[in-house]
Each structure stands twice: as structure tokens, then as C-alpha cells.
Design a binder for this molecule. Structure first.
Ligand code: ATP
Ligand code: MG
Length: 360
């Protein structure tokens, strides 16, 4: 079973949309997929057409050990199973604070289903709290969706640092395998600048001992598409809501890519480098234009009740002697911080100079 956490503490970047539609794409290909809604907002649950107010046992019951994980898996589509977020999940983080081994409850629970599914995909909440920590402790792979605008990389350093700490102290198998560009708009030059910036950062990490040394940007970008924003309110995946739109094409291509092109290289899943082929703006996109911009207003990430629980937990784990796996402690290189268009310009022109120099 491949286990993937879709993670970014920044709100509204496309985590839930990507989880739903990538999972649905994989299920349509005949893979057996389980998804977990780790977000008290319950967007994944709602997006799949399940009402969190009336939903039965879900991830809350798994984390509080009041239900067996098998009882919480609901078949929501052919080959697609949901461990949902019901209203209890809102209080979960504070309830779990005093539980011993609170960060590995999910990891232990999924052991019993490891042979039953091809994929387990976790939609994380937009925070780095205890729920997210449970997600990270349980998976081997992290996908980071990014909306490539000029604040895209704000908080990226903290995100990577969290992954790094979890991999050092709780889950040595944890790797960032893919960066997923969501709401990509080729007409916005910043999109390609943010992309160049991240590529540069990842390139520099290649020979390092970091969990993202093999990470790559998936060569299929999810284009901005109004249908993707409309589908959740109908409780439908994009393939059900509008099979003939860019959103459907992009997520079908992503599912195909994730399943067929991400190869296992030794221990780690690694991306093959490929050219991006789907980002020419289409007539559909151009006519959608402003309408999409209006619908998609930036969502603020809700403040996590226990945002610093990760640091606390990690500090605790750090106090205990290292166990069997002796992972060397590495410095986390600073993530590229892009704040203003002029800063981006400086970075980009520096990159250009470097590549010109190296090619001459
Ligand atoms: N490619 C896209 N084109 C247009 N709209 C999109 C696209 N991807 C996502 N959206 C819309 O943008 C909003 C944010 O997306 P989504 O809910 O997937 O982000 P998220 O990272 O899960 O947010 P949160 O941090 O709140 O959990 C939603 O309204 C969604 O429908
Ligand atoms: Mg979400």
C-alpha cells in the first residue's frame, strides 16, 4: 500500500481538491483507494457527498480508539473508501494531548489494513497540529500542493522543517515525493517564477540528507478550472461533475502519473523528470477568466488549537534516547523565501546569471 499525506499548512492551496480527485482518478483506474479526512473542517467528507453531522464513526473514533479502523472505512464509490471526519473531530486535538503515544495512533491503526488497499491518501488540515502529526507518522510519502502565486513559499520552510523533524524522530521512512502545482495559470508570469524558484531549491537538495532530496514537481499542473470549484457543493468528484473539463483531464493525468510513472528507486518513490505538457491556456480557461478569480477567494487557515503541539511532541521525543533507526541529524536548509515580486526578480535573475555562466 502506498501511503501519501497531502500536506500544506497554508489554507486553500488545493489539498482537498487534489486528494478527492487524485483518489477518484486512481479508483477509476481500478486501484483500491482509502482516503482519510484529517481536517475538522470535514471538506473531504463533504466533497465526497457524506454529511459530517450524520456520518458514523470516522477518523476521530480511530484516534480515540473507540472504533476499529475497518468499521470506519465507508465505500463511497467503486474502489474508493473514506474514513471521514464527523463533528467529533473538532475536539480531537485537545483530547489527545494527554494520551501517551498520541502521535502514532494512526500509524498503528493502519497496520491492519496495509494489505487491503493499493493507496491510502490523507487530506491534512491546514495546520501543523497533532492531527497532521498523526498523518505524517503514518505515511511514507508527502505531496505538497502549492498555489504558485507570490506568497506560495511563505511558510514552506516551517513545513519542510516539520517533515524533517518527523522523519528524524518518529518516521524515518517519510519522504517528500511530489510537489503539486494547483490553480496554475500560465498567463501569470509569477507562476513560472515560483516554479523556477522551487526547482532551484529542489536541485540544491539532491545530494543532501533531507527527506526532500528526491522530491520533484509533478509535470502535470492542475490548471485553474471553475468546475473544480463547483464540484464540492454537489458532493461530486470532478469526473462525476464534469468529465470533459481541464480539471478532469488534469487529475486523470495526475492519477495516471502517480500510479505509473513514479518509480521506486531503492527505498524511495522517485519522480521521472518529464516536460510539462498541459499548461497551454485553452479557450475554456480564457473565457472563464475573471469568473474563476472571483469564486476562488483566498481562504484563511484556521488557527490550530494546538499548533505548537508538534514542537512539544518532537521535543519530548527528542528527550528520549534514539531507537533502532539512527537517522543522522541534519541542518534543514532554509527554504526559498519569496515575499515580493522584486525579490522574486532578484532570485530569478541570479538563477539566470548562474545558468548563463555555467553554460558558457
Ligand atoms: N484548480 C482549481 N481551479 C479552481 N478552483 C480550485 C482549483 N483547485 C481548488 N480550487 C478551489 O479552491 C478552494 C480551495 O481548494 P481546497 O479546498 O482543495 O484547498 P485546501 O488546501 O484543501 O484548503 P484548506 O486549507 O481549507 O483545507 C476550493 O474552493 C476549491 O474548490
Ligand atoms: Mg482542505
Amino acid at each position: 500500500m502506498r501511503t501519501i499525506a497531502v500536506l500544506n499548512q497554508k489554507g486553500g492551496v488545493g489539498k482537498t481538491t487534489s486528494t478527492v480527485n487524485m483518489a477518484a482518478g486512481l479508483a477509476r483506474m481500478g486501484r483500491k483507494v482509502a482516503v482519510i479526512d484529517m481536517d475538522p473542517q470535514a471538506h473531504l467528507t463533504i466533497h465526497l457527498g457524506v454529511n459530517p453531522e450524520t456520518a458514523g464513526a470516522g477518523i476521530y473514533e480511530v484516534l480515540t480508539k473507540s472504533a476499529d479502523i475497518n468499521e470506519t472505512l465507508t465505500e463511497v464509490r467503486e474502489n474508493l473508501y473514506l474514513i471521514g471526519a464527523n463533528i467529533n473531530l473538532v475536539g480531537a486535538e485537545s483530547e489527545l494531548v494527554s494520551v501517551v503515544g498520541r502521535e502514532i495512533i494512526l500509524r498503528e491503526a493502519i497496520e491492519t489494513i496495509r494489505d487491503d488497499y493499493d493507496y491510502l491518501i490523507i487530506d491534512c488540515a491546514p495546520s501543523l497540529g497533532l492531527l497532521t502529526l498523526n498523518g505524517l507518522a503514518a505515511v511514507n510519502e508527502v505531496f505538497i500542493p502549492l498555489q504558485p502565486h507570490f506568497l506560495a513559499l511563505q511558510g514552506f520552510g516551517k513545513l519542510l522543517q516539520t517533515v524533517s523533524l518527523v522523519s528524524k524522530r518518529i518516521n524515518p521512512a517519510l519522504r517528500v515525493s511530489g510537489i503539486l502545482f494547483c490553480m496554475y495559470d500560465k498567463r501569470v508570469t509569477l507562476s513560472s517564477e515560483v516554479k523556477a524558484d522551487i526547482e532551484n531549491f529542489l536541485e540544491n537538495a539532491r545530494e543532501t540528507n533531507t527527506p526532500w532530496s528526491d522530491a520533484a514537481i509533478l509535470p502535470i499542473f492542475v490548471r485553474r478550472n471553475i468546475k473544480l470549484a463547483e464540484a464540492p457543493s454537489y458532493g461530486q468528484t470532478i469526473f462525476e461533475y464534469e468529465p470533459e473539463c481541464n480539471g478532469s483531464f488534469d487529475y486523470a493525468a495526475i492519477a495516471e502519473y502517480v500510479d505509473k510513472k513514479m518509480t521506486k528507486d531503492g527505498k524511495h518513490i522517485k519522480l521521472l523528470t518529464e516536460e510539462v505538457t498541459n499548461i497551454e491556456p485553452t479557450v475554456e480557461e480564457i473565457t472563464e477568466g475573471q469568473a474563476a478569480e472571483e469564486v476562488i477567494t483566498e481562504q484563511a487557515a484556521p488557527q490550530a488549537v494546538t499548533e505548537n503541539i508538534v514542537e512539544e511532541t518532537i521535543a519530548e521525543v527528542e528527550d528520549t534516547p534514539q531507537q533502532a533507526v539512527n537517522v543522522p541529524i541534519v541542518e534543514v536548509p532554509a527554504a526559498p523565501s519569496v515575499n515580493t515580486p522584486s525579490e522574486i526578480e532578484t532570485i530569478v535573475s541570479k538563477d539566470l546569471n548562474t545558468s548563463e555562466n555555467s553554460s558558457s
